[in-house]
Design a protein around this ligand. Sequence first.
Ligand code: PAF
Length: 281
Amino acid sequence: MHVITESDELARYAGCAFVPTMGALHEGHLSLIRRAAELAGDGANRASVLVSIFVNPTQFAPGEDFERYPRQLERDIELAGEAGADVVFAPEEATVYPPDTPVDAPPLPPVATEPGLEDAQRPGHFEGVCQVVARLFDLVQPRWAVFGEKDYQQLLVIRAMVEQNPSRWGELEIVGERTIREPDGLAMSSRNAYLTAEQRQRALGLSKALQTAHAAQHPETAEEMMAGTLEAHELNVEYAVVRHAETLRPVSSLSLPSRALIAARVDDVRLVDNARMVRWT
Ligand code: PAF
């Protein structure tokens, strides 16, 4: 396993299968790395699998959890290697954001500004995500980049950002990978580490709400069912909605590809989860 911190060491990994992360790796990240290893192929033409670990300050608003975000670089390097990474890129902040060179934040696609979901709850968040991901894509020059469906709006935003800039990232393909869950249904997240045992029980309300919604035949009913389950778990709901799976605009019927999405707080811990809705055609 190779660990690099400087951007000039990246050139030899161009064309790699890339997994951008903020570290604190868990089984969800490891499934992204395994997927990247599949994409990289095997034999003489095998591409490298590169994992970046960088807690990006520009995607956290003041008062969010940037300072307390879990950091465990040594363990992450070990886990990434076991899952199939060839190289970890763990840059210092000055490598990603050189003090004397402005790093552009590409124009946001509509799915980053219109749905009223993460965009409304975390103003400035997608500017920061697009800024760092664009910067990492420019530095790494990957052929594939793998993101989890747990941050579903983020996945759509990054895919749209790449589609909006075909000349900048060439053949780059954005690959989405399904959410990995604990046996009791809780979506894996680095932020689960903040939960006490009691909070963790209440956090199960998110996945339970999605399961209840799955049985609904209309978006409105699904939303009512989710709200009921979230309330029963004493969660502070930011949104619990059913939206079009690609645009994240409201849908009037589940005959369109749809996704149920939730953001809720267990006291001061903010969690998100989502699931595909069954299609009633
Ligand atoms: O999903 C994450 O961990 C981060 O938002 C990402 C994509 C690595 C950018 O910092």
